[in-house]
Design a protein around this ligand. Structure first.
Ligand SMILES: Cc1cc2nc3c(=O)[nH]c(=O)nc-3n(C[C@H](O)[C@H](O)[C@H](O)COP(=O)(O)OP(=O)(O)OC[C@H]3O[C@@H](n4cnc5c(N)ncnc54)[C@H](O)[C@@H]3O)c2cc1C
Length: 498
């Protein structure tokens, strides 16, 4: 057993969950834990929050999750709503307006600003980030995990009941817990740059495939552009760093113009390596976000997938911590935490598979590749049902968790949409009512004039007179429900019709 010198920080001495990494996933997880009454602290290696944004796409399911906690409005107001998105950068756009959600669009919002919003929420929930605290190792014991942390030139040991590695693709937590990260290494690379364009392409050419690859140039709220190419001529040059000049040459090759490329604020290399942790839990150590899965950022999905991991894990971990408090050092029941991997691994596999398929499409060269893309474009452009299916998958709203028993009811295991309801106080959104009932808890939604006697005194009841819309929600059968048992992450655990 290692030395257990407690941290000098008193607040940290009482910590129940250590979240490693203050990226979007760690901040969301820690905020959810704190909101549920768990003492959680985030350890972050960096002294300052990153100001440079890797990504910018926030998908509909993530917007729903944010709305369920009252933080969607600030993000949608600050970002730019886009009603269509792409699969493999094709010009047959996926029509998000057809999606059954109150957020039928993506929001372009720089990741650094999203992280700032999420950290604000964490602070409001009573949590905090300890910056300049780099985790360098960990050791598990029967009743706790000890984490070694390099901070301020010294090494400290922090202890907690659980540790969650939200420390990104090169996760120290994953490695220290001995969890493998199988998958393929990079076989092709692309640049990702934030730039000034004096002569940007028109909006209909922001994303385009050509005979020599593809490019995109997406405007950021501050007027700069995020620019990338998949350049068939050089995409296999793994290990060659991208520079402003090679980016300009690539744009000229692929797009026929450098669009007046001016200042290149930052340029990085992104690769098609696709990996998933061989398990999401080892004893008291769990993984979420990029620590659990990485892939090429095609379609802007990694942060979204990770936040959705965190949303699934948080209530399970909060419940497990509450149970552990009662048994004071007794054995931990891991069933709820095992459910996290059972539900989120397939969600991750699905995204990895979709991204691999997109990479195969964009990397296919020559006349054969062009023909493949043309046929795929036709499929998405001419068949609205196929288009809708791809939009559903990409948006994240299509995820359905297995339930027991599975009655075959399509609503079971899905997230409940933000139904328009009439309740005691007049018209309302269901998410607002669920939030008032208390996030972090299962909630019984009862629909009808008379509220029946409460079945489980531990479960808050939201009484609704009727479900009034939206129209697509009624068509999906949500209007027929007499009772819904909604999990803390918004997924439906049980449903009974009137
Ligand atoms: C060019 C590009 C564009 C992208 N575009 C999008 C997009 O549009 N939409 C989208 O959803 N996703 C996008 N992604 C993916 C997205 O950026 C990641 O999936 C997301 O950042 C993962 O979040 P995370 O919190 O899991 O990890 P990270 O954001 O990597 O955060 C990990 C944190 O852990 C800290 N850390 C690391 N090691 C330690 C340690 N030992 N101790 C303490 N702290 C540590 C790091 O400093 C960091 O703050 C893009 C990625 C790239 C590269």
């Amino acid at each position: 057993m290692s030395g257990t010198a407690g941290p000098p920080d008193e607040a940290a001495a009482e910590v129940e969950v250590l979240v490693v990494g203050a990226g979007p996933v760690g901040c969301w997880l820690a905020a959810e834990l704190c909101a549920a009454g768990v003492r959680a602290v985030v350890l972050e290696a960096r002294e300052e929050r990153a100001t440079w944004s890797r990504g910018f796409v926030v998908h509909p399911r993530t917007l729903e999750i944010f709305a369920s906690r009252g933080v969607a409005e600030a993000l949608t107001a600050a970002g730019r709503k886009v009603p269509t998105w792409h699969f493999a950068m094709g010009s047959s756009r996926l029509d998000f307006t057809a999606l059954p959600t109150t957020f039928p669009f993506i929001v372009l919002h720089p990741q650094a600003r999203t992280e700032a919003l999420l950290e604000d929420r964490l602070n409001r929930c009573g949590g905090r980030v300890l910056r300049g605290h780099r985790v360098v190792g960990l050791e598990q014991f029967d009743d706790r995990v000890e984490v070694r942390v390099a901070a301020g030139g010294a090494e400290q040991t922090f202890a907690a009941r659980f540790v969650v590695g939200c420390d990104g693709a090169r996760s120290t937590v994953r490695e220290a817990a001995g969890i493998g990260f199988p998958g393929n290494p990079d076989t092709m690379v692309s640049p990702a740059a934030h730039v000034v364009l004096a002569d940007p392409p028109p909006p209909e050419r922001y994303v385009q495939t050509t005979e020599r690859g593809l490019f995109f140039a997406i405007p950021l709220p501050d007027g700069r552009f995020v620019v990338s190419t998949v350049d068939h001529e050089v995409m296999g040059d793994v290990g060659t760093p991208w520079t402003a000049e090679t980016l300009r040459a690539s744009l000229l090759r692929v797009a026929g113009s450098d669009f007046g490329l001016g200042e290149v604020e930052r340029i990085s290399t992104i690769g098609n390596s696709a990996k998933q942790a061989e398990r999401y839990r080892d004893g008291r150590v769990l993984l979420a976000g990029d620590a659990a899965h990485v892939h090429f950022p095609m379609g802007g999905q990694g942060m979204n997938l990770g936040i959705q991991d965190a949303h699934n894990l948080a209530w399970r971990l909060a419940e497990t911590v509450r149970a552990a408090r009662k048994t004071a050092g007794g054995p931990v029941v891991y069933d709820l935490l095992d459910g996290y991997e059972q539900e989120r691994r397939p969600a991750g596999e699905r995204v990895l598979e979709d991204v691999r398929a997109q990479m195969a499409l964009v990397a296919a060269t020559g006349a054969d590749g062009a023909a493949l893309r043309t046929r795929f474009e036709a499929l998405l452009g001419e068949h609205p049902q196929v288009n809708l299916q791809y939009a559903r998958r990409l948006s994240g709203i299509d995820v359905r968790y297995p339930t027991a028993p599975d009655t075959g009811d399509e609503r079971l295991g899905r997230r409940v949409p933000d139904l328009h309801v009439e309740a005691g106080g007049g018209p309302s959104g269901l998410y607002d009512l669920l939030r008032e009932a208390g996030s972090g808890t299962f909630t019984q939604v009862v629909v009808g004039e008379a509220v029946p006697a409460q079945a489980d005194p531990g479960v808050p009841v939201v009484a609704v007179k009727r479900v009034a819309g939206p129209r697509w929600a009624l068509a999906e059968g949500w209007g027929a429900a007499g009772s819904l048992l909604v999990r803390p992450d918004g997924h439906v655990a049980a449903v009974r019709d009137r």
